[in-house]
Ligand binder design. Sequence first.
Ligand code: NAG
Ligand code: NAG
Ligand code: NAG
Length: 387
Amino acid sequence: MYSFHLSQFTLITICISIFLLSPLSLASPKPHPFKKVYVFGDSYTDTGSGNSSTGPSIFRHVSSLPYGETFFRRPTNRYSDGRVFIDFVAESLNLPYFPPYLNKSSDTTHGVNFAVSGCTAIPYPFFVKNNLTSNIIPQSLPTQLTWFKDFIKGSGCNDAVSTPAECKAVFDGALVWVGEISANDYNYVYGSHVTSKTVQKLAIKYQTRFMKEILKMGAKYVVVQGLPATGCFPLSLVALAPPTDRDEMGCVATKNKESYDHNVVLQAKLRSLRKEFPATVIVYGDDWHAYREVYGNPAKYGFTERFKACCGVKDGAYDFNPMCTCGAPGTSSCKNPARYMNWDGLHVTEGLNRATSRLFLGGAFAQPPFPVRVSGCIEEAKCDKVE
Ligand SMILES: *[C@@H]1O[C@H](CO)[C@@H](O)[C@H](O)[C@H]1NC(C)=O
Ligand SMILES: *[C@@H]1O[C@H](CO)[C@@H](O)[C@H](O)[C@H]1NC(C)=O
Ligand SMILES: *[C@@H]1O[C@H](CO)[C@@H](O)[C@H](O)[C@H]1NC(C)=O
């Protein structure tokens, strides 16, 4: 009798402990090595530094709906219907979305996003000198480094050799995220006498210089996203190539090759930087192949429309007219943005950002794999229920 009571008591105790522990362990965030994130890039990564009046004139309605309609339900100056790639990274790290640097009222405890739309890798004077008036954005990757230095000025960090303790404080538990950059550089010179090869050489030079500076300051963990498959966007299909210039997927062959080639050179630079800075982890984010994976298997990721812009003027093969873009009078957005991959002709939907960020976080499109893994739940409809 007594022993029966004892075992019953033990059983009850075990049940109670399981009952008490499990909700706690489910609610507590997964541990990960990053407390804060410093983000760089262009409109693919910008969370609100650029806007309708400062950003590229072709997408001049970013500060109004339907931009933001899917997720934030208001315009946030993100070039999408909802979250961009880095927002999904923030979620996977259980950190708040990284606030745009140019909004000085932001809380920067967990990071700051220096990315700004329209930004180039090559400094602005190059475009001015070559009469490339389609580039009206004075900011470049070197500008973002200047902003970063201003941001950390109070810390006393100069470089990891002369001010090691100060720089350790800046980079301790910090992830440096270098989002896609250089796509604008290539687009701005289209149709001019400046060749794609010249842009590649200069853009890589400035990307590498930026990396070296931040590594010398003491960055310990850096992710560098390569260029996506830029030939698959309506802007490229409509305005940056003749209709005969297509690959087997229906994307612009020369644009996809241009971004692929850029990535090959970039990865070679990353390999030498890994040798030069062996204490730092440098991850390459293989967006190009992630995009190709999704463009090649749209149904698998819940998409029914690969090429048409969800938001724009409903005409032509791509629902995209550079003179009348998303948000302009006479334009509208599609009924189900989650089924579209492209948002406004250049920028992608939250759906595609989700799919490509999941591929990165799943490990297969990051070299070496990112230490924070997220699996499953790529399709929007299935995903939002569990998140
Ligand atoms: C756009 O950016 C400029 C410069 O950062 C800022 O002064 C302005 O308030 C912003 N406008 C909107 C609509 O966000
Ligand atoms: C700046 O950030 C604050 C705080 O997050 C926000 O309320 C405000 O709308 C932002 N301003 C702009 C122009 O985006
Ligand atoms: C830029 O335009 C100016 C004035 O039209 C011309 O003199 C100059 O040669 C041009 N520069 C280049 C690099 O095309």
